[in-house]
Design a protein around this ligand. Structure first.
Ligand code: SF4
Length: 316
């Protein structure tokens, strides 16, 4: 493990595929927080804190400041540390005008699949506000063939726009297009392998999604230590489909896997196709960069499938 995720506020916005909890604002008890921080210190881990809209009391800030950490926050939270990450849920009724410019920061942009036809415009409206935009489709598991077509065409438009931006010196990073360009190996979420989550009840969970879905699905607590059943199943080498794959940027979300296939190590068709549409858009984008003599040393192979499971018979 490398780090601990701490759900500091029950109402903290989702920063990933799981739905927003829609819970009352309630901070983790200070005592649980301090014990969680001590646990992470003993292990030598960093902490990612999930922050809600509640302003943190002074004693919470003092407790947190003893450990290296990142805050994952709503836009309303004071943005004073450059390493903190904002989470924004796209809402077509609102604009991003009130979000201050944070040109050195990362943002996680969560979009409902119903809004993906607006993806290019949404990204353009965030232009100049952030250094990096992490795009995440909230209900990726419900993507249909029509949605895939829309996403594919939006990625193409985004790629053309991004190509123009990339010629400038202050180009923003866009996760779905730029990440695969630079990865040589899998860079998945790795919940249960690289990180574990501490919930306000003092118990550990594979990730926040597991906590919000079913609080009885814990894997130990601060008193008894972490106890992940069949923990090998969360590792890439025990994921028979994903270990054949080179969509290196894919989240390989184990919560989505369990929800859609009942196996934490088997992905859904929807997750794979979405990741491969992004991989293909990245490949085409890279080819465009090659015509400009940029990143000539990078290469992404062309594939004739969008779901690795379709070539199951070719696996060695
Ligand atoms: S695209 Fe599919 S097979 Fe590849 S890493 Fe993602 S979930 Fe696994």
């Amino acid at each position: 493990m490398h780090y601990l995720i701490v759900i500091l506020d029950e109402s903290a916005n989702s920063f990933c595929y799981y739905p927003n909890p829609n819970r009352q604002q309630k901070l983790m008890d200070l005592d649980v927080l301090k014990k969680g921080i001590f646990f992470a210190q003993k292990e030598g881990w960093l902490i990612n804190f999930l922050i809600g809209k509640t302003t943190l009391p002074k004693e919470y800030k003092e407790a947190i400041d003893v450990i290296n950490h990142i805050m994952i926050t709503p836009p309303e939270y004071p943005q004073d540390a450059v390493e903190d990450v904002l989470v924004i849920d796209y809402d077509s009724r609102k604009t991003f005008e009130n979000i201050p410019d944070n040109p050195d920061k990362n943002v996680i942009l969560r979009i409902d699949k119903a809004d993906i036809q607006d993806l290019l415009q949404i990204v353009i409206s965030l232009q100049g506000k952030f250094k990096r935009i992490n795009i995440l489709i909230q209900n990726i598991n419900l993507m249909t063939d029509d949605d895939f077509e829309i996403y594919k065409s939006q990625l193409e438009l985004l790629s053309q726009w991004y190509l123009d931006q990339s010629k400038g010196s202050d180009a923003v990073e866009i996760s779905t297009l730029s990440d695969r360009l630079f990865l040589q190996n899998m860079n998945n979420c790795d919940a249960g392998v690289k990180h574990i989550t501490l919930a306000p009840n003092g118990k550990f969970y594979i990730c926040p999604a597991f906590y919000y879905e079913d609080e009885t699905n814990d894997c130990g607590d601060l008193q008894t230590d972490i106890n992940i059943k069949n923990r090998q199943l969360y590792r890439l080498n025990h994921a028979p489909i994903c270990r054949q794959c080179d969509a290196f940027h894919c989240k390989r979300c184990v919560w989505l896997n369990r929800k859609t296939t009942l196996e934490v190590n088997s992905p859904s068709h929807e997750q794979c196709v979405t990741a491969h549409l992004e991989r293909e858009a990245s490949r085409r984008f890279l080819n465009e960069l090659h015509t400009l003599n940029i990143y000539n040393n990078k290469k992404i192979e062309e594939l004739d499938y969008l779901d690795p499971f379709d070539i199951v018979n070719n696996w060695k």
